[in-house]
Design a binder for this molecule. Structure first.
Ligand code: SAH
Length: 344
């Protein structure tokens, strides 16, 4: 069960050893509580005056014997006791897939890792605006934004390794899935090379979820039984155009706005039909989400105003979305009709 209470200005006593309790202390301070500490059950070691009667006791499980008697006394006198997990061992890196940009599509493991982090290095494709609500960690923007130089890949890796070697729980939050055009493999290698323990939490990739946001299934029975995910960061070769055109199924392109023109022309040269349906889905799950639907032969003009981030989808599955939208509209029309007949 999860409860939200306003703790601003409330006295909270955090019990537990300093090593185990430091994250809980930070979380309660971030929530606006006035925190006092009791680091051993004897009460001999505590910093700051103990509040007479705290609003809440946050009991961190530090494995020391003797806390139960104290906590029982609190409960008996009507002071609520919240059990808190101890901070995990410091000095490691977790690469976290942040999904396509909404906290709704973060995994449970991602939420836990963010909660336990001491420092989060994030970029702009991750759901970064909501980070302060998910983590009391230090938040460091290493991504591109207008007027700011992004930190280089080598720079990001150095920052992560340095923080982990200083004993911190480091989260590297990335858009989508860390292993899909996310340089996750390089970041893992940098940690391994420095002797820093590292793990990877998969995320919901934009390659599948952004088409879905526009109602486009990347596969559909009897329409497409395979999908290929391609980076449009650099133009493809003629051989690659031929392979893609010959493969059939759905083609999903990430980072493809800058090379859209070359891709459409290349696939046409490789023999793909001009009326192949195509969609550009911009800013999936974010304000201003927009879908542009055209055909391979007309997309360059239709999508002239489109900008990054966007996912391109080429294939007959684009029609499935249109047909489903048609069904939804027809159903809504029937509902309206039924409602008006009932009212009559
Ligand atoms: N690792 C990421 C992809 C990184 S490459 C993942 O698995 O999703 C960055 C590209 O992802 C962008 O150029 C764009 O093509 C796509 N992308 C990521 N988030 C997106 C979103 N919310 N809407 C549209 N495209 C998105």
């Amino acid at each position: 069960m999860q409860l939200s209470i306003d703790l601003s200005g409330r006295d909270v006593l955090v019990t537990g050893s300093d090593a185990a309790a430091h994250q809980a202390v930070r979380r309660y301070r971030a929530a606006g509580a006035v925190v006092s500490r009791l680091s051993s059950p004897g009460g001999a070691r505590h910093d700051g005056p103990l509040p007479e009667r705290p609003f809440l006791v946050a009991a961190v499980d530090d494995g020391q014997p003797g806390w139960e008697a104290l906590l029982d006394r609190c409960r008996e006198t009507g002071i609520p006791v919240a059990a808190e997990p101890a901070a995990g061992p410091g000095g490691h890196v977790t690469l976290v897939g942040g999904g396509p940009g909404t906290t709704e599509l973060l995994t449970v493991a991602a939420v836990k890792a963010l909660r336990d982090a001491d420092v989060v290095f994030y970029d702009r494709l991750a759901p970064y605006q909501e980070l302060p609500a998910l983590s009391s960690a230090e938040l460091v923007d290493v991504g591109k934004r207008p007027g700011h130089h992004p930190v280089s890949q080598a720079g990001i890796e150095a920052l992560m390794v340095e923080a982990a070697l200083a004993g911190k729980n480091v989260v590297r939050l990335k858009g989508g899935d860390p292993y899909v055009f996310g340089r996750g493999g390089e970041e893992v290698a940098a940690c391994v090379k420095a002797g820093v323990p590292v793990r990877v939490i998969s995320g919901v990739t934009s390659a599948i979820s952004v088409p879905a946001a526009a109602g486009i299934p990347v596969t559909h029975r009897e329409v497409s039984h395979l999908f290929t995910v391609v980076s449009g960061h650099a133009p493809l070769t003629e051989k690659e155009h031929r392979h893609l055109a010959g493969l059939g199924g759905t083609i999903v392109v990430l980072m493809g706005i800058g090379t859209l023109h070359q891709l459409a022309a290349g696939l046409r040269r490789a023999g793909m039909r001009a009326d192949m349906p195509m969609a550009v889905v911009e800013r999936g799950y974010r304000p201003g989400q927009r879908t542009t639907i055209a055909e391979l032969g007309t997309i360059t003009t239709a999508a002239a105003e489109c900008s990054n981030p966007a996912v391109l989808v080429i294939g007959d599955v684009v029609r499935v979305a249109e047909a489903n939208r048609g069904c939804a509209e027809a159903e809504a029309e029937l509902d309206r009709l039924a409602a008006s007949l009932m009212g009559a």
